[in-house]
Design a protein around this ligand. Structure first.
Ligand code: ADP
Ligand code: MG
Length: 451
């Protein structure tokens, strides 16, 4: 058997080239020939699929030439195989458990079991993203491709991506879902180039049903990775496969990303996760507190603590979670109830960091810049609409985004009365409901200030 295979394998090298030979033929082993059927062992299902599709005819011919005509090939996957000289094969045989579950598991990043839809608290800022994610996870005809989720750090992008992947895997275990970060994508790509397994790489990505790439902004400015990503993307979209992408900003705003990629990314559904509001933060805290209470049985939280945290820690959900985690750990250590005093003691640094927040001046400067007016006009007395409206926007943002009181805000706006500030705030609230352009301006400014 061995001699026969060696001869066949040699002639295959001439026929397929030495790179392909190393990647696909060398890992194979001819185990028997029986009644015109050759049994061939391969280290992974992926290699087996690939070889059947691309080299079956060549192998049959090579075996015939080597003196043993066969009419059929039978492939079997033997997970535990002695290491072969092929790099590709060696890499795969080291991970036999994964190989059995299908090729995409070899590169799919592990999913965090806590990041499920059940654990995702839905509020106004994230309801659209959540609904879109659910829809994709339910499957059915691909409605928007790609789904592009974006938003600031710690707002739940990765959580939603994992939730989609887990949900699809549990609903349809046979479907191939590949989730990985853009950084991992690049790493795999560079590795494949180095190890000359680029065909393997391409095939792996083009054979999935759902491709999910997290933090795609990472590949901005990385030309050849972008190029490969673009081709993979197009190939999958053409086949009607679902793609889900996340980034820290909108497609059009990713610097160093090629225009054709940006426009491809935009052609599905683009949804953003807005910064959390008070209600959402409180909801998340309550849900996490329930989980912690179960974990640290018996620990109590005094009324008002969660509200205090939701009010004070506005940066992102990760920080919020970390604060709660620390409170529970600390309280259980000292055997005390989680009350305001313990909270203040235990979270001094986090609370101080969130104090070092936006100043009214920051807001004024940003707003003046946005509307292209002078800062002195913004806080001055001119009443023309083109200045008065931006002034009210700045008042509104100062009220919303800082903890300053109305009289304090009034002082920073050229010594205005607090009732003037209140009027300005109300006016903008009102207008945002009817004037789409204004609402968008406010939203943009808010995001820029939060960054
Ligand atoms: P991103 O990827 O947007 O930076 P993550 O998805 O990693 O953010 O979220 C950060 C943390 O906050 C995670 O632990 C996640 O579970 C949690 N989180 C974010 N949004 C929510 C939410 N709406 N409900 C529950 N947990 C959330
Ligand atoms: Mg993330």
């Amino acid at each position: 058997m061995k001699d026969l295979w060696d001869r066949a394998s040699d002639s295959l090298r001439d026929r397929v080239g030495s790179n392909n030979h190393t990647a696909w033929i060398a890992p194979l082993e001819l185990t028997s020939i029986d009644a015109g059927e050759a049994s061939i062992a391969t280290p992974t299902r992926f290699i087996s699929d690939w070889v059947q599709r691309h080299y079956a005819e060549a192998i049959r011919e090579a075996l015939s030439q080597a003196g043993s005509p066969v009419s059929r090939l039978k492939f079997s996957v033997t997970a535990a195989r002695k290491p072969s000289s092929s790099i590709a094969a060696r890499r795969k045989t080291e991970r036999p458990a994964e190989a059995q579950r299908g090729a995409e598991h070899e590169i799919s990043a592990p999913l965090d079991s806590r990041f499920t839809f059940e654990n995702f608290v839905v509020g106004k800022p994230n309801e659209l993203a959540h609904a879109a994610a659910r829809r994709v996870a339910e499957g059915g005809p691909v409605t928007f491709n790609p789904l592009f989720l974006y938003g600031g750090v710690g707002l739940g992008k990765t959580h939603l991506m994992h939730a989609i992947a887990s949900e699809i895997r549990s609903r349809r275990p046979e479907s191939r879902v590949l989730y990985l970060s853009a950084e991992q994508f690049m790493y795999r790509f560079v590795q494949a180039l180095r190890e000359r397994t680029i065909m393997d790489f391409k095939e792996m990505f083009r054979n999935v049903e759902v491709l999910m790439v997290d933090d795609v902004q990472f590949i901005a400015g990385k030309e050849s990775t972008q190029e490969e990503f673009f081709h993979t993307f197009n190939a999958l979209v053409d086949q009607g496969k679902q793609i889900v992408i996340s980034a820290d900003r909108a497609p059009g705003e990713i610097k160093g990303m090629e225009d054709r990629i940006k426009s491809r990314l935009q052609c599905g559904l683009v949804v953003d996760l807005h910064p959390t509001d008070y209600e959402l933060r409180l909801g998340i805290l309550q849900s996490k507190a329930d989980a912690f209470r179960a974990q640290y049985s018996g620990l109590q939280i005094a009324p008002g603590v969660l509200e205090f945290l939701a009010h004070r820690i506005t940066s992102n959900v990760r920080v919020l979670e970390g604060a709660l985690q620390r409170l529970f750990a600390f309280a259980s250590l000292v055997g005390r109830e989680i009350d305001m005093e313990l909270t203040q003691d235990c979270l001094t640094d986090i609370l101080r960091a969130s104090d070092r927040k936006l100043s009214i001046e920051d807001i004024q400067r940003k707003v003046a810049e946005h509307y292209n007016i002078k800062l002195s006009d913004l806080v001055g007395q001119k009443r023309v609409r083109t200045i008065a409206r931006p002034r009210q926007v700045a008042m509104y943002l100062a009220k919303q985004m800082t903890t300053r009181s109305l009289p304090e805000i009034g002082r920073r706006f050229g010594g205005r009365d607090h009732t003037t500030i209140m009027h300005g705030v109300r006016k903008i609230e009102e207008l945002c409901g009817e004037d789409h352009g204004l609402a968008e301006d406010v939203q943009l400014l808010r995001r820029a200030l939060e960054a």
